[in-house]
Ligand binder design. Structure first.
Ligand code: F3S
Length: 753
């Protein structure tokens, strides 16, 4: 176990540390004295303090030391800007950045890529120079989708990865525990802070039997999503096991783990097996496969490991599934789908079929779809619907170009898009239907929420395997079932499509294609990070000011929010995503979606100085300009939704001091602390009702101490002042964050001393 094996072929000196992992595990084992699941083994072997860490599934907060960090280009911008503001010379944990989210699908691969390079030039220039400066591997636009690149180059069995994208769990296809996080978490790990995760519960999925015919790995997760629903995996890791596992390809397992994000799971993982070994060998990492074999005992569950919940699936009887529309957990087996389409009045005509994305763009996926397309071509027919293909990586694209699948798709009428997210993230200049026109599309992607792909709320988006997407585009009709229904060939003779076939791995090995990787240079000191001062998309961050050590007296309530205030209400997405790297510009969306309790309106609050109603951000800016800090009053579960760090950065940037609520969503609460804000909760939730939006507030910040309440006094306009208690969850370290102005300031201070 003390051999030296590099984590990846792209870096030198970052070794896989199975020795340390097994030592940590031995310590935890001696303490827990029970069989462990595989997911637990990965997590516990990465504990910051295996001796002292409290471990209870579903309860404790684990402090972990991930092996790697991965960021996509949309989320990397703010993460790196924040990292820069700490003033550290390089990342402490191996990190990569992947340019995949900003390429709009319009006409096809090469042209769309060239257009994106022009439109996003300043973002790409910033990312590439910042990566060079801070020792981060940079995957250029056109290299492929983050999760595919990670699987091909960086994932390894037993490893722990965090990624600033929800579908990071894809790397579970190589036995890695890979978890999607917000930018703030990534920054912590880049800056050498341990990363905190609530010890997940473990849901076991036992697979028996074997897939055949039209059923593919995607159908496993489509079925599981139907069983667990979009909430069923929350706070849990889904751990697959059982004899059925060994017949799945590594990339197929990746598909299953990838879409586990749709059931809210922390991540999903498969045990190390020979299929993973084969994939490692095929992607030039046989040494990692051999090394993993020496540690194999710890790369699977212990005998007798107990799951918090257990699901059993027999793959031999599993039918192909189609999930949707509008939600990924509405699962319908193909045999019932025609009836479902008719009963629900879903538009039966299939307008567009889309294959690829990070979920389903392996060599196997492409080969199987190409076999179906070829079958149709052999009968003289092509796709009736529009058909698009997004290869997951340049390597996949080059390999299917060499091996002929790509030509088959084109002959079939397909449009091969850039190696990027494209329509999956709404980067799709769709022109075949008008906005508001009801229509159906089907994809091999993972998410199908309203408007996600084409911003048309009337589009019924379904997700399924690439096999069914391809078959359905031939019929051009959602009611088509390739297992039972006939098609007509060019002469009008009936025929049935043969079930798809395709190799899991390319016989002749992968063709790497164009070189799209930029390694950090040896001389990083002379690299200048490029941020144009006139840019409206990027802005260098200055560190936030430390606390002045005083209580706050007579400060205003910017807004008293009523009801649901999610991170979308606090920092809206959509068109604002463009400004993710520009804190001042994106702050113009702060809380514009929240409902003002005073007038039941969104984005209209009274400025206590001018007496005028104005937008929330404009009012906050006015207070900031006058040096008046402010607070927000929030309802239950404030900040639920995503881990978006902008929702915490914006109020801090616009001069907010405290967010006072009936309760918080935990991730947002932590994000606020990281940015040097005070997330506080009414000791008595009924106090919320007693507050008038135009009350003035005294906040006794000097009370701040672990486990102690903080006093607050309200001064109503008409009435006598009253005082109450706020509680909080600050620990010692987090109090330092507040005092220093932010977690990053605290890191930078530690580094300097
Ligand atoms: Fe990209 Fe869609 Fe995956 S946005 S990372 S292809 S889920």
């Amino acid at each position: 176990l003390s051999r030296k094996v590099e984590m990846t072929n792209w870096e030198k000196g970052n070794f896989i540390n199975y020795k340390k992992m097994s030592e940590n595990l031995a310590i935890v084992r001696a303490r827990l004295n029970r069989p462990l699941t595989y997911a637990e083994k990965i997590l516990y072997s990465h504990l910051d303090d295996p001796h002292g860490q409290e471990i209870e599934r579903g309860k404790s907060y684990l402090k972990l030391r991930p092996d790697r960090v991965a960021c996509q280009d949309a989320t990397a911008q703010m993460a790196i800007l924040q990292f820069m503001s700490a003033g550290l010379p390089k990342v402490a944990t191996p990190t990569t950045v992947h340019c995949d989210h900003l390429i709009e699908a319009q006409v096809g691969g090469a042209k769309d890529l060239a257009r994106a390079e022009e439109i996003n030039k300043e973002v790409y220039d910033f990312l590439s120079t910042a990566c060079a400066k801070y020792d981060i591997g940079f995957w250029k636009p056109g290299s492929g989708i983050i999760h595919q690149i990670i699987l091909e180059n960086y994932a390894f069995p037993g490893g722990l990865l965090i990624g600033t994208d929800s579908h990071t769990p894809n790397a579970g296809g190589l036995g890695m525990c890979a978890i999607g996080v917000g930018g703030a978490d990534a920054v912590d790990v880049m800056a050498n802070l341990p990363w905190e995760l609530k010890a997940p519960k473990i849901i076991g999925v036992k697979l028996t039997g074997q897939l055949s015919g039209w059923t593919s790995p995607k159908d496993i997760i489509l079925k599981v999503a139907g069983i667990l629903t979009v909430k069923g995996g929350t706070g849990a890791i889904v751990e697959y096991h059982g004899p059925g596992v060994d017949n799945l390809s590594s990339t197929g397992m990746g598909t299953i783990c990838n879409m586990g994000a749709e059931i809210g799971a922390t991540t999903s993982v498969f045990p190390f097996n020979d299929r993973m070994y084969d994939y490692l060998a095929a992607t030039k990492r046989k040494d990692i496969g051999d090394f993993a074999r020496t540690y194999a005992k710890e790369l699977r569950e212990d005998q007798g490991a107990e799951y918090d919940e257990l699901i059993e699936l027999d793959l031999s009887t599993l039918e192909p599934h189609i999930n949707g529309p509008f939600t990924p957990d509405l699962a319908t087996p193909i045999s019932k789908f025609k009836d479902a389409v008719e009963e629900n009045g879903w538009p039966a005509e299939l307008k567009v079929g889309l294959i690829g994305s990070c979920t389903n763009s392996s060599y196997e996926d492409m080969s199987r779809s190409a076999s179906i397309a070829r079958d149709a071509l052999n009968h003289g027919i092509k796709a009736k619907s529009v058909y698009t293909v997004t290869p997951g990586s340049e390597q996949i694209r080059a390999t299917i170009e060499r091996d002929g699948q790509l030509q088959t798709f084109e002959e079939f009428g397909g449009i091969v898009l850039a190696n990027a997210c494209g329509p999956c993230i709404g980067q799709w200049d769709r022109r075949d239907v008008k906005k508001g026109e009801p229509n159906s599309i089907i994809s091999s992607y993972n998410r199908n929420f309203t408007g996600r792909n084409d911003a048309n709320p009337a589009t019924h988006a379904f997700v399924t395997s690439p096999d069914l997407v391809t078959a359905m585009t031939i019929a051009g009709d959602l009611r088509f079932n390739p297992l039972t229904d006939k098609l007509k060939d060019k002469d009008g003779n009936e025929f049935m499509l043969a079930p798809p076939t395709g190799a899991g791995l390319p016989e002749r090995g992968y063709d790497p294609g164009r070189d799209t990787y930029q390694a950090p240079p040896a001389d990083r000191a002379s690299v200048q990070v490029q941020v144009s001062p006139s840019s409206d998309r990027l802005q260098v961050l200055s560190p936030f000011k430390p606390w002045d050590g005083k209580d706050a007296k007579g400060i205003p309530i910017l807004i008293k929010c009523k009801g649901k205030t999610t991170t979308d209400h606090i920092s809206m997405a959509g068109p604002w995503l463009k400004y993710r790297g520009h804190l001042d510009n994106i702050s113009n969306n702060m809380l514009i979606g929240a409902t003002n309790a005073e007038n039941d309106q969104a984005n209209s609050v009274k400025n206590f100085i001018t007496g005028e109603y104005d937008a929330v951000p404009a009012t906050a800016r006015d207070y900031k300009a006058r040096n008046i800090p402010w607070v927000v009053i929030g309802d239950w579960n404030y900040g639920e939704g995503s881990s978006r760090e902008h929702a915490a950065l914006e109020p801090r940037h616009l001069g907010g001091l405290a967010i006072i609520t009936r309760s918080f969503a935990r991730i947002h609460e932590t994000n606020l602390k990281k940015q040097g804000m005070l997330p506080l909760v009414f000791e008595n939730p009924a106090d919320y009702d007693k507050i008038n939006p135009d009350d003035k507030v005294d906040l006794f910040i000097t009370d701040l101490a672990v486990g102690k309440p903080m006093r607050i006094r309200f001064h109503p306009k008409n009435g006598s002042p009253w005082e109450t208690n706020l509680i909080h969850t600050f620990n010692e370290g987090q109090i330092e964050w507040f005092k220093n102005g932010s977690a990053l300031n605290t890191m930078a201070k530690a580094q300097r001393s």
